[in-house]
Design a binder for this molecule. Structure first.
Ligand SMILES: [Zn+2]
Length: 276
């Protein structure tokens, strides 16, 4: 089967603004966190004037480190995850600020699927139905709910990985008696842990999860039309180890086999097209 080259621009330009806004919000949130960390360490002299360690002040250093990590977790809850904890309640509530981007990506996937069906001359049964009504259907609402949860959980995982690294860098810095300013740079500087590890992964999350919402939406919409097979439409562009051209060449796919195959990498712009 010949490899179809996507009207690459279609998915590309449709999703670019959503991805950029999602990534932009990650920039703002991790940038804010970096600022808090720098202020805490440098301005508040949180780690104390002298960091020279000897065997006797070891417990004190441990307390400082533990205190810092506790403070950091609270900052992340507030500024990155937007977790709200109610006194005496075990359940964690979060605002779901990421949901809007997932929903936009998903909506664009619905529009794409309808366009592809229209190109095949298959009159959509609900052409005049607003996207909102489509999204309210049980399958789509359920899929969206799963994706909201996934986006939040992934972001939580990123902060956990970042915290582990921050704790290590902080402990090493304290043991070496490093200048607090240098430690702050290691953590919150341009090449520090927050930007290099946390933000970088968060930006990748924004990119891939927006595309994933788009792709899942298109598959779910095809199912609404009783489509059973889809073509992997190669989006072009740089692609590690040729996974996308190879994937496209393997078309068609049964819808259940297609799920999760794309995005095949963070910059994947491939899309699903219906086979009828
Ligand atoms: Zn691809």
């Amino acid at each position: 089967m010949p490899i179809l080259l996507a009207e690459n621009a279609v998915k590309g330009t449709n999703l670019t603004p959503v991805i950029n806004q999602y990534m932009g919000e990650m920039d703002a949130r991790f940038g804010w966190l970096a600022k808090q960390v720098r202020e805490k360490i440098v301005d508040d002299e949180f780690l104390g004037g002298s960091l020279v360690t000897n065997a006797y002040d070891y417990p004190l250093q441990t307390e400082k480190l533990e205190g810092f990590m506790k403070w950091l977790a609270a900052q992340e809850d507030e500024g990155i995850l937007e977790i709200i904890r109610y006194e005496g309640r075990a359940t964690v509530v979060h605002t779901g600020w990421q949901d809007i981007y997932v929903k936009r990506g998903y909506s664009k996937g619905i529009v794409w699927a309808e366009k592809k069906m229209d190109e095949l001359g298959i009159a959509p049964p609900e052409t005049d139905v607003a996207i909102g009504a489509v999204l309210g259907g049980p399958v789509h609402a359920d899929a969206l709910g799963m994706m909201y949860l996934r986006n939040f959980t992934e972001l939580k995982g990123i902060t956990a990985a970042m915290d582990q690294k921050i704790s290590r860098v902080l402990a090493d810095g304290m043991m070496q008696g490093k200048n607090p300013r240098a430690i702050a740079t290691d953590l919150a500087g341009r090449n520090g842990v927050i930007k290099k590890l946390g933000l970088q992964r968060a930006r990748t999350l924004a990119r891939t999860e927006t595309a994933r919402a788009f792709d899942e939406a298109s598959l779910n919409r095809y199912v609404d039309y009783k489509v059973e097979e889809v073509d992997w439409i190669y989006g072009g562009g740089p692609c590690p180890s040729n996974v996308c051209p190879d994937g496209a060449a393997g078309s068609p796919y049964k819808i259940e086999d297609a799920r999760g195959l794309i995005p095949a990498h963070p910059n994947c712009t491939c899309a699903w097209g219906p086979v009828v």
